[in-house]
Design a protein around this ligand. Structure first.
Ligand code: PYR
Length: 633
């Protein structure tokens, strides 16, 4: 019998997959179990070489002569002192005190998280990160932190990249022992799209701290501090740095948007300080904070709050660099930026340009521009491999001040609109998104609340509904599930609550829950879940990382495990091979364990036989191997 290809298995593709699937389809694993890891990896390469990768099919291809990116060579004998050493030696509060006491503008490099999340649909593979991590450790040891985990990367790693996000974190941690790693945590929504029981959030934070996160940027998608406490307390408990974060929306200088004024932000900052934050995060996820506003807001926060301030923005509009310089002038302590090739547009402003912009001023960052250029050159080669995931956004978009979409959502929603045939109605989508925001009471829009607003806007445009139609008690509207869920109170409460009219209409008169959602969720029995999961996976030993992956994303995790049994450690393949397979006579190497390297040569791809199968001829470490895969083309 021939193993079904899991990547394209119709049951996996049709969303009908249940955890029963693995039980009911034992042939998937009987075949896989007999194989060694080398054979599994060859099976993957053979399949992709013959059938292509579903994620890159029909998309722009990278240049034919694309080479494997080469990371800068570095000596690894002496590790320079970095922020992680300070954290280890003196603790989280000492890092916060140091941030405030020193004068240089501190920088976080977001390339490995928000950079590719915003520009390449989060598709960057660990392989491309881990190779350059030693160069960061040696040559950019003055960085405040490297943001490399959390947000959408967790889910995408399992779901689309067939790799374990925990392993990524462990590998990066090991390669950059002197630098603080940073993650983005959606408070009670963990790294998912829904509120999790308190003990799941606590367990996730505990594990992330153990595996290697040093700075936790914790935010709530409705700016509800009440809903951030469980996550923040767990971070403080772990001994790591708790960056309690304000999400910035509206415009503090616009009298028409008075809901989110200086007083509002200062008030929230004080709440976060009282809740135990070591650092105050100012997260401008859509890139709406204008230079003049930044000057005023940062100054007010510095005066009113005792915490160091870490500013995050997106360059969607094209003027985020100016906002960063204004914030620096006003005394902001740290800012986020991305390396050249992963900066600009819906990503962060360019790190090297900020370094140069501040050189020989009193906020000089102290970073070496030649070292930045070298690492930047590496990232340029990396980005070229991911041509299939480029959004096509070519220029700044001043339109962002209209719709206020977060950087990660903007291009995504455009792609969704395209797939619904609404491409030429984008302007309507943008306006409707803004209308939905007002209809929901002018809320913070960031994962997951931004997804709710996006779902509603797309629904309205595709059904030709205006805000007045939706609000009209006479009109029947089938609201998206995510909207019903949010109006029920399952994401928590925005400042001032949701408007009663829309809540009534969506819930058809049912009363919403206005308390913290986690207060009503039963704790998960962690050990019972581990036992059941192990049984589901035929006795597989479920460690704490696996358990936490499953708790966040049960179905995504099981799908990943199913494919892992068939294809083995494909995370170690070069990115070009992972997405495009190999050509005849091509040779690659893959280090599947430290010191265990596979030398793989694809000799030839045979004809398709009368069973619809293709023989693919390899040499694996010099030994001939033949792999048969179905030709599904
Ligand atoms: C995330 O939650 O993934 C964001 O980038 C906001």
């Amino acid at each position: 019998a021939f193993v079904e290809n899991l990547l394209k298995h119709p049951t996996f593709l049709s969303n009908e997959y249940t955890t029963k699937f693995i039980d009911e389809t034992p042939d998937l694993f009987q075949f896989a179990k007999r194989k060694d890891r080398g054979t599994k990896v060859l099976t993957y390469i053979a399949d992709i070489s013959v059938n292509g990768h579903p994620e890159t099919e029909g998309r722009v291809k990278p240049a034919a002569d694309l080479k494997e990116p080469r990371a800068p060579k570095v000596a690894r004998d002496q590790m320079p002192y970095g922020t992680r050493n300070l954290l280890e030696q003196k603790g989280a509060q000492a890092v916060a005190d140091w941030m405030k006491a020193q004068r240089q503008l501190l920088l976080t490099d977001t390339t490995m998280r928000d950079g590719h999340q915003s520009l390449l649909a989060t598709r960057m593979r660990s392989h491309d990160m881990i190779k350059v991590a030693p160069a960061y450790a040696q040559n950019l040891s003055q960085l405040f932190s490297v943001e490399c985990w959390g947000g959408a990367t967790f889910d995408v790693a399992y779901r689309f990249l067939q790799e374990c996000p925990w392993q990524r974190l462990r590998d990066l941690r090991e390669a950059m022992p002197n630098l603080m790693t940073q993650m983005l945590l959606r408070a009670s929504n963990g790294v998912g799209y829904t509120n999790y029981p308190d003990n799941v959030v606590q367990e996730f934070v505990r594990q992330a701290a153990v595996t290697g996160v040093d700075v936790f940027r914790v935010f709530d998608s409705l700016n509800w501090v009440e809903n951030m406490r469980v996550a923040m307390d767990a971070v403080v408990e772990s001994g790591k740095i708790c960056e309690g974060t304000i999400c910035y929306t509206g415009d503090i200088l616009d009298p028409a948007r008075a809901k989110y004024d200086i007083k509002y932000y200062v008030g929230m900052a004080k709440e976060l300080e009282a809740a135990g934050a070591h650092v105050l995060g100012l997260k401008d996820m859509a890139g709406l904070l204008k230079p003049a506003s930044a000057r005023i807001l940062v100054k007010a926060l510095k005066e009113e709050v005792g915490l160091p301030i870490h500013f995050h923005t997106h360059d969607t509009s094209g003027i985020a660099g100016a906002t960063i310089l204004a914030a620096a002038d006003a005394g902001v302590d740290a800012v986020d930026a991305a390396m050249d090739a992963f900066s600009g547009g819906t990503s962060q402003p360019c790190l090297g340009s900020i370094v140069e912009g501040l050189r020989n001023t009193d906020r000089d960052t102290g970073l070496d521009i030649e070292n930045i250029r070298e690492i930047s050159g590496y990232w340029e080669q990396v980005r070229a491999q991911y041509a299939a995931f480029e959004s096509g956004l070519q220029a700044p978009a001043s339109e962002v001040y209209l719709h206020e979409m977060p950087g990660g959502q903007f291009t995504n929603l455009k792609a969704q609109a395209r797939s619904l045939g609404l491409e030429d109605r984008w302007s309507e989508v943008a306006h409707t998104y803004a209308d939905v925001n007002q209809m929901f009471g002018d809320i913070v829009k960031v994962t997951p609340s931004s997804k709710v607003v996006g779902d509603m806007a797309l629904m309205m445009v595709s059904q030709n509904l205006t805000r007045a139609d939706v609000e009209n008690p006479e009109t029947d509207v089938a609201f998206p599930d995510s909207v019903v869920d949010m109006m029920r109170g399952n994401l928590g409460q925005p400042p001032g609550g949701f408007p009663a009219g829309i809540v009534n209409k969506v819930l058809k008169g049912d009363a919403p829950n206005t308390e913290r959602p986690g207060a009503h969720l039963e704790p998960v029995d962690l050990e019972a879940t581990r036992t059941a999961l192990s049984k589901e996976l035929e006795g597989f030993k479920v460690d704490d990382e696996d358990l936490n992956g499953y708790l966040m994303y049960p179905k995504v995790f099981l799908d990943y495990m199913g494919r892992h049994r068939t294809y083995g450690p494909v995370r170690t393949l070069p990115t070009k091979t992972f997405f495009y397979g190999m050509e005849p006579r091509e040779e690659i190497t893959a280090e599947i364990d430290p010191g265990k390297t596979l030398e793989i040569r694809l000799q030839a791809i045979g004809e398709t036989d009368d069973k619809g199968e293709v023989k693919v001829f390899f040499e694996l470490n010099g030994q001939p191997r033949v792999i048969r895969v179905p030709n599904r083309k």
